[in-house]
Design a protein around this ligand. Structure first.
Ligand code: C2E
Ligand code: CA
Ligand code: CA
Ligand code: CA
Length: 279
C-alpha cells in the first residue's frame, strides 16, 4: 500500500538520470567497438528437411571489451534508439559480403546463400541503395546469393519510397525475405504490396505448433497464403523433430533452429561444413 512507499525496492528501478547515463555509456562503447572491429557475425544454417545446409543467416554479436560476447538482446534496442544500428548493420553487411566473396571460390561453399537482417532505419537512409551497391561491387559478389531480411516495421514510414528501394534491390538480383511473419498486426495488408521472395514464420509460432491447436491452424494458414503468393517459406526456431515433421508435412521446405544448429562462429560453421563434405 501507499503507506509502505518508503520500502519500495527502488534499487531495482533506475532513475531517468541513471538510465540516460547507462545508455550514453553504451553508445560510447558501441562507437569505440565499431572502430576497433569488435562486432562480428555468427552464422546459423538454413537447411532443407534432410539437414543439408543451403545457406546461413548472419546474426550480429559484440565482443564487448569487458562483458564478453553479447547478443542483440543486450544492445540492439539502444543501438536502434541512437541510430548506431545503421553503422552496426553496415558492418554486418560488409562481413557477410566478405564471406560470400571468400566462399565463391570454394567448391563446398560456392552455392551457399547469406541472409542479412536489415533495420528499418538503414533502409530509410537516403544513401541506403548507394551503400549497398558500393558494398556489393567492392566485393564482387553474386547478388543471387544475398538475401536481405526485413520486417514490416520498414513500412511505418514512406511506404512508397521503401517499396521502390526494395524493387531496386530485387532488380539487382538480391532476394527479399519478410522476417517475423505473422507477428505484426497487419501482415496480410502488406503481403501483396511487398516485393518479397520469402517469408519467415516466426519462432513464436513454431514453438507452439505441436502443443497449441490454434497456433497449428494459424501456421497452416500462413503457409497456404505464402504458397498462393508463390513465396519461399522458411520456419525459424525449429527445436525438435515433431516441429520439423509438422512443418514439412504442411509445405515448409527451409528450416532454421537449434534442432539443426545454433548460430556458430564463422570458423565453426566452416569447420562443420567441411567435415560434412568428407562424410
Ligand atoms: P531474428 O532475425 O528473428 O533471428 C532469430 C533469433 O532466434 C536469433 O537470435 C537466433 O539465434 C535465435 N534462434 C535461432 N534458432 C532458435 C531456436 O531454435 N530456438 C530459439 N529459442 N531461438 C533460436 P539472436 O541472434 O539473439 O538475434 C535476435 C534478433 O536480433 C534477431 O531476430 C534480429 O531481429 C536481430 N538481429 C540479429 N542480428 C542483426 C543484425 O545484424 N541487424 C539487425 N538489424 N538485427 C539483427
Ligand atoms: Ca532474421
Ligand atoms: Ca524472429
Ligand atoms: Ca515446442
Amino acid at each position: 500500500s501507499k503507506s509502505e512507499g518508503n520500502y519500495e525496492p527502488k534499487i531495482f528501478s533506475l532513475s531517468r538520470h541513471e538510465e540516460l547515463t547507462q545508455s550514453n555509456t553504451l553508445a560510447l562503447e558501441i562507437k569505440s567497438s565499431l572502430k576497433e572491429g569488435n562486432f562480428c557475425i555468427y552464422l546459423q544454417p538454413k537447411v532443407d528437411r534432410n539437414g543439408t545446409t543451403l545457406g546461413a543467416e548472419a546474426l550480429v554479436r559484440w565482443h564487448h571489451p569487458t562483458r564478453g560476447l553479447l547478443s542483440p538482446a543486450d544492445f540492439l534496442e539502444q543501438a536502434e534508439e541512437n541510430n548506431l544500428i545503421i553503422e552496426i548493420g553496415q558492418t554486418v553487411l560488409e562481413k557477410a559480403c566478405e564471406m560470400l566473396q571468400k566462399w565463391q571460390s570454394h567448391a563446398a561453399f560456392s552455392e551457399l546463400t547469406i541472409a542479412v537482417n536489415l533495420s528499418a532505419r538503414q533502409i530509410w537512409q537516403k544513401d541506403f541503395i548507394d551503400k549497398i551497391m558500393h558494398t556489393i561491387n567492392s566485393h564482387g559478389i553474386n547478388t543471387k546469393k544475398l538475401t536481405l531480411e526485413v520486417t514490416e516495421s520498414i513500412l511505418i514510414e514512406d511506404i512508397k519510397g521503401t517499396i521502390e528501394k526494395l524493387n531496386y534491390l530485387k532488380s539487382l538480383g538480391i532476394s527479399i525475405s519478410l522476417d517475423d511473419f505473422g507477428t505484426g498486426y497487419s501482415s496480410l495488408n502488406y503481403l501483396h504490396q511487398f516485393p518479397i521472395d520469402e517469408i519467415k514464420i516466426d519462432k513464436s509460432f513454431v514453438s507452439d505448433i505441436t502443443s497449441n491447436k490454434n497456433t497449428a491452424i494459424i501456421t497452416r494458414s500462413i503457409i497456404g497464403l505464402a504458397q498462393s503468393f508463390n513465396l519461399n517459406i522458411v520456419a525459424e526456431g525449429v527445436e525438435n523433430k515433431e516441429e520439423l515433421s509438422f512443418l514439412s508435412q504442411h509445405g515448409v521446405s527451409i528450416f532454421q533452429g537449434y534442432y539443426f544448429s545454433r548460430p556458430l562462429s564463422i570458423e565453426h560453421f566452416e569447420h562443420k561444413l567441411n567435415k560434412r563434405e568428407h562424410l
